[in-house]
Design a protein around this ligand. Structure first.
Ligand code: 2F8
Ligand code: CA
Length: 329
């Protein structure tokens, strides 16, 4: 016991006869059995406490060891995974470094692609505009096509109408032709009326003027030419008949005269002389060139055989002849 007290530091000392203490004075030590008892209690308490701590430790280990081991295992696994990921990241980093050039090139290509895409978008917009225009035209064409369809359905009807129109057209042409003939006929009749009103007579396409005054053959021809005609020629029996009948038995000069040194008969209006035909129209015994001075011809008798040669400077009535030439409408 003496030893235990000596192990406690002495914190009480005296200065100038005054007691100085660093902490309160302990009560005076207890004596004998209480101290032992007290120490035993302390030991027991310590043992109990240690036992409890030990039990608690065992209990905690029993409870948390599996969890701890599992956590440890998980930690290892996670560490391995993390290590693998780190390795993978490292590999990826290397790969990224290697690919950085490629990425930059790809960036350039992306820019080019973007530019191309811009052009493509512009082209697409133009195409859209074109498509819209084409659609508008298609609508117009569709409308036109509908019109064509409608017309197609009407084709049979139109064909029938066309056939009718063709028949009518043919009739109209016939009528037009008839009208034209009528118009020409009316024009001809009008021309004839005009000439007749001036003293001319019409026979088969020619106008004839029977004079009321006598003239020599040459003066008579001058009279005729002044009126766009000549002394008449005779080219057929019907004309001869018309002339002698209209002459009324009076002697009239006609356009037959001898010309040139040969003294052959010629028509003054240049109608070819038909010697054979003319033989039917001379008075029998004529032409006799009576007095060797008869170079012109007249109608002397009221018959087919009515021609006589006579002196050209003798005065007789005369007959002018003008072919009918239809004037322009
Ligand atoms: O006898 C025919 C003869 O008659 C007349 O002469 C006398 C005629 N003369 C005249 O008409 C001028 C002839 O021509 C005619 O041949
Ligand atoms: Ca004669």
């Amino acid at each position: 016991m003496k030893t235990a007290e000596s192990e406690v530091p002495d914190a009480h000392f005296t200065v100038d006869k005054q007691n100085i203490s660093l902490w309160p004075r302990e009560p005076p030590p207890k004596t004998g059995s209480s101290l032992v008892l007290r120490k035993m209690c302390t030991v027991r308490a310590a043992v109990i406490l240690l036992t409890l701590v030990l039990l608690a430790s065992v209990l905690l280990q029993a409870v948390f060891y599996p969890w701890f081991m599992s956590a440890l295992s998980d930690g290892k696994t996670n560490a391995q995974l993390l290590k693998a990921r780190v390795a993978n990241i490292s590999s990826l980093s290397s790969e990224i470094k290697r690919n950085r050039g490629g990425v930059e090139a790809a960036g350039v290509q992306v820019q080019m692609v973007n530019a191309s895409l811009g052009r493509v978008h512009s082209y697409i917009r133009r195409l859209e505009t074109s498509v819209k225009e084409a659609n508008a035209r298609i609508q117009i064409l569709t409308k036109s096509w509908e019109d064509v369809d409608n017309l197609n359905t009407r084709i049979p009807e139109l064909k029938r109408d066309l056939d009718k129109a063709s028949v009518l057209n043919e009739k109209v042409r016939g009528l037009q032709s008839s009208l034209e003939n009528i118009r020409k006929s009316l024009k001809q009749q009008n021309d004839i009326i005009q000439m007749v009103s001036q003293g001319w007579k019409y026979f088969r396409g020619n106008f004839y003027y029977f004079s009321r005054v006598s003239k020599t053959w040459y003066s008579a021809e001058q009279f005729c030419t002044y009126r766009d005609s000549h002394l008449t020629s005779v080219t057929s029996e019907s004309e001869q008949e018309f002339l002698y009948k209209t002459a009324g038995g009076l002697i009239h000069w006609i356009g037959l005269t001898k010309a040139g040194s040969e003294g052959t008969w010629k028509w003054v209006d240049d109608t070819p002389f038909d010697k054979v035909l003319s033989r039917r129209f001379w008075i029998p015994g004529e032409p006799n060139n009576y007095g060797h001075n008869e170079h012109c011809t007249n109608l002397k008798m009221p018959s087919l055989q009515s021609w006589n040669d006579a002196p050209c400077d003798t005065g007789f009535l005369f007959i002018c002849k003008r072919p009918y030439k239809p004037s322009e409408p």
